[in-house]
Write a protein that binds this ligand. Structure first.
Ligand SMILES: Nc1ncnc2c1ncn2[C@@H]1O[C@H](COP(=O)(O)OP(=O)(O)OP(=O)(O)O)[C@@H](O)[C@H]1O
Ligand SMILES: [Mg+2]
Length: 196
């Protein structure tokens, strides 16, 4: 039976999202797989930027939407940051992402995958991070903005991002005993289910 633990955290603003990412980065170990889910602009890349800084990566982490995979090796652990947004499901296996968590061809590090729902095979043990803008915080948007044009990169839609409020609901879902232990070790009590 797989162990599962879910923590729900309320980030009132960008600083709090960054603080949560920093806390997580301080305790992750080599081989950690993070699956990031959430709509356009929900903060997946922003979360990873703070996470990377806390790992000791001084290069600014950018969205790997075009490059698909970015490797950062200067921190406490290697970070492999992946974005599957532009891929169709059948293309994903050709990336051979499993090489990043097998620890043979690449030094074991943290593998973080944005738009992880495109994976055909989900690694059974992982930490899923769901970011969402709470419904009541969603801005009133014009009809064309409610469904951003999927042909363009979401990151080109600057105006759309500027409209977003700062509140985020962040769910951390550990799947598997190692990840449950990881979450149990983290202290998110400052943030948990707290809303100003
Ligand atoms: N509390 C918050 N947490 C995260 N991001 C926030 C928060 N408040 C505001 N933001 C802003 O929301 C935007 C999130 O954009 P980001 O590129 O990180 O989203 P994303 O989920 O990676 O989107 P995409 O699906 O396009 O990759 C940034 O401009 C960030 O500054
Ligand atoms: Mg992103």
């Amino acid at each position: 039976m797989t162990e599962t633990v879910k923590i729900e955290i309320y980030a009132n603003n960008l600083d709090e999202t960054q603080a949560i990412a920093t806390k997580l980065a301080q305790i992750v170990t080599a081989g950690t797989i993070i699956l990031l889910e959430g709509n356009l602009g929900s903060g997946k890349t922003t979360f990873m930027q703070a996470f990377g800084r806390a790992l000791g990566i001084s290069t600014t982490i950018t969205s790997p939407t075009f490059t698909l995979i970015d490797e950062y090796t200067e921190g406490r652990l290697p970070l492999y940051h992946i974005d599957l947004y532009r891929l169709e499901h059948p293309q994903v296996p050709s990336l051979h992402l499993e090489e990043y968590w097998r620890g043979e061809d690449f030094p074991l590090g943290v593998v973080a995958i944005e738009w992880a729902s495109k994976l055909l095979v989900i690694p059974p043990q992982h930490l899923k991070i769901n970011l969402a803008i709470p419904l009541q915080a969603s801005p009133m948007r014009s009809p064309e903005k409610q469904s951003p044009h999927l042909e363009t990169s979401p990151n080109e839609d600057e105006e759309f991002l500027e409209d977003l409020p700062e509140e985020r609901l962040i769910q951390l879902i550990a799947q598997g005993s190692a990840y449950v232990a990881l979450l149990n070790q983290a202290d998110f009590s400052n943030f948990q289910r707290r809303r100003r």
